[in-house]
Design a binder for this molecule. Structure first.
Ligand SMILES: Cc1cc2nc3c(=O)[nH]c(=O)nc-3n(C[C@H](O)[C@H](O)[C@H](O)COP(=O)(O)OP(=O)(O)OC[C@H]3O[C@@H](n4cnc5c(N)ncnc54)[C@H](O)[C@@H]3O)c2cc1C
Length: 509
């Protein structure tokens, strides 16, 4: 039997369920080849980029630290919208009317690429066109909704006010936006992978790129006992690895998803969003022959809240509004909020020419990761793309309306200091229950300790190998999460999520 697709967290996401991984074959002669492009990361951004470049005749190799779909693409909720978390009004106030219109065009292009790939490569990924409903529950939210509606009109996206919403939640006003879509992200990814391999694309899984240097215009990427040479590198790693400029302009967030069966057996057909803070959304998807309602939200900065409480709160919220017969799936995953609201796609600042990144997608990486693939493949093939300047990672544009981010960075500074000098936990190893983890202090030293179900202790140095903050325990995903830049590690210290590339060191009992 084939292995199922793995993810960077402990609970299975609905997308992983029953989906076997595709067998990939490591190419020969890696050491003797200079590739046109090394794509690092096998999520939607990496595979879409690799396929476009391969179809443009480039010799491409994709390196994935784990297996395809291991990152956020395996834990997303897979809405394909033409509106984003950064509203068109916010986009207009930060980048002008033209910037907002280009942003809308980029998102539409991302939407279109998913649709075209699905049709061209005959990918059976449950792709369905849907209508989105956004509703306001109080006066403040009505103002927000009115602004959202005005922003959509500014960029030419048709929307209309509606008197009904498909869930039994009291609301004051709602709008509906046609021509949205949803799909199964891992079925889509597998389809891209098969098309890429059929086109002669190279792939190496279980290969974490840890270091890159440049010699005579060729980049030399080093992984575990492997060197890959390439004229261009795309970091499609969600966050580029190691210490880099993107750490300063993107904040890591966790977001939660529940997949539940409803007692009524009646499921809403639309994509439904509220405007609460933190927000919630609902959509229906049939997984393994079973119709389920997916609900998400309760986002927070990575390593800052208690994940167990966050998901319990989400379930409580859901039970308040729906009669649930069973909870089938619960998981969380990570995304990155950009400081000025727009993603960073293009040349990675302070690195040699031809090293690209694609990050800061907020909760819109299905479309933005897809359009990033188009932008980066164009930059590599011809040097030009219409969105090159708009999403240029070298732009520095901190904007007043994104005040939250300023406090994010203040918060990072706090952790640098507090983690080193304040001891929050003084529990003893013995008090750690099986299946749980805790930061403890033993003989003056902090230890990240996890006791497994068999009672075996897994003890780690809790200092994040990225920039030295102290990691926090995540009971939901059984991981150690860094509150500064979002690096995550498993119970044995192995890197789950970058930007760290080095594992936490183990401490023998
Ligand atoms: C809960 C949740 C719900 C969401 N819902 C939506 C939605 O409905 N619609 C939407 O548009 N967006 C949504 N998003 C955002 C979207 O899922 C992400 O932006 C998108 O999946 C990012 O894709 P990616 O390919 O860039 O990164 P990833 O999918 O994270 O892939 C990056 C890959 O790079 C690999 N990697 C990392 N470092 C290295 C290295 N050094 N060497 C080799 N490989 C490496 C990782 O293992 C990983 O597989 C959601 C996000 C979350 C968290």
């Amino acid at each position: 039997m084939k292995n199922s697709i793995k993810r960077d967290g402990s609970p299975e996401s609905a997308w992983q369920h029953g989906l076997p991984s595709v067998t990939t074959t490591r190419p020969s002669k890696i050491n003797e080849t200079v590739y046109d492009c090394l794509v690092v990361g096998g999520g939607i951004t990496g595979l879409s980029s690799a396929l476009l470049l391969r179809n443009a005749g480039k010799n491409v190799i994709l390196a994935e630290a784990n297996t395809i779909g291991f990152g956020t693409t395996g834990g997303t909720s897979a809405h394909i919208n033409n509106f984003a978390d950064t509203t068109y009004k916010e986009a207009e106030s930060a980048f002008g009317k033209e910037g907002a219109s280009l942003f809308a065009r980029a998102i539409a292009e991302g939407q279109e690429l998913i649709k075209t790939n699905t049709a061209t490569h005959q990918i059976d990924c449950d792709y369905e066109v849907k209508t989105a409903i956004v509703y306001a529950e109080d006066k403040e939210q009505v103002d927000q909704l009115t602004s959202l509606f005005a922003g959509l009109a500014t960029v030419g996206i048709p929307a209309r006010f509606t008197d009904t919403i498909p869930v039994s939640i009291p609301f004051k006003k709602a709008i509906s936006i046609a021509n949205q879509a949803q799909f199964h992200p891992l079925k889509y990814l597998r389809g891209l992978l098969k098309a890429y391999m059929a086109a002669g694309g190279n792939i190496v899984e279980h290969t974490r790129i840890a270091k890159v240097s440049t010699e005579n215009e060729n980049h030399i990427a080093e992984a575990n006992q492997m060197t890959i040479r390439a004229k261009n590198i795309i970091y499609a790693t969600h966050m580029p690895p190691n210490i880099n400029a993107m750490n300063l302009v993107c904040a890591p967030y966790r977001s939660y998803v529940l997949g539940v069966k409803l007692q009524s057996g009646e499921y809403p057909d639309d994509l439904i969003y509220d405007l609460e803070e933190p927000y919630h959304y609902f959509r229906t998807h049939t997984v393994a022959g079973e119709k389920l309602l997916f609900a998400g939200g309760n986002d927070h900065k990575t390593g800052h809240e208690d994940p167990e409480k966050q998901i319990a709160d989400l379930e409580k919220y859901l039970r308040k509004h729906f009669y649930i017969s069973s909870v089938k799936y619960k998981w969380s995953s990570q995304y990155y909020i950009p400081v000025d609201g727009f993603p960073y796609i293009g040349q990675l600042p302070f690195t040699a020419k031809g090293i690209y990144c694609a990050t800061g997608f907020n909760g819109n990486g299905m479309m933005l990761g897809s359009v990033a693939a188009k932008i980066l493949s164009d930059l590599i093939v011809s040097g030009e793309n219409i969105y090159k300047d708009l999403f240029d990672p070298c732009r520095i544009k901190p904007v007043d309306s994104f005040k939250e981010f300023v406090s994010e960075n203040a918060d990072v500074a706090y952790h640098f200091i507090a983690d080193r000098f304040n001891i929050h936990e003084t529990d003893s190893l013995k008090r750690i229950e099986p299946g749980t983890g805790k930061l403890i202090k033993v003989e003056g030293k902090k230890i990240a300790a996890y006791r497994d179900e068999k009672g075996v202790m897994h003890a780690l140095n809790p200092t994040c190998t990225h920039m030295g903050c102290i990691v926090n325990w995540n009971q939901e995903e059984l991981s150690w999460d860094c509150p500064c830049h979002g690096a995550r590690f498993d119970i044995d210290g192995k890197v789950l999520t970058g930007p760290a590339t080095i594992d936490l060191s183990q401490i023998q009992e």
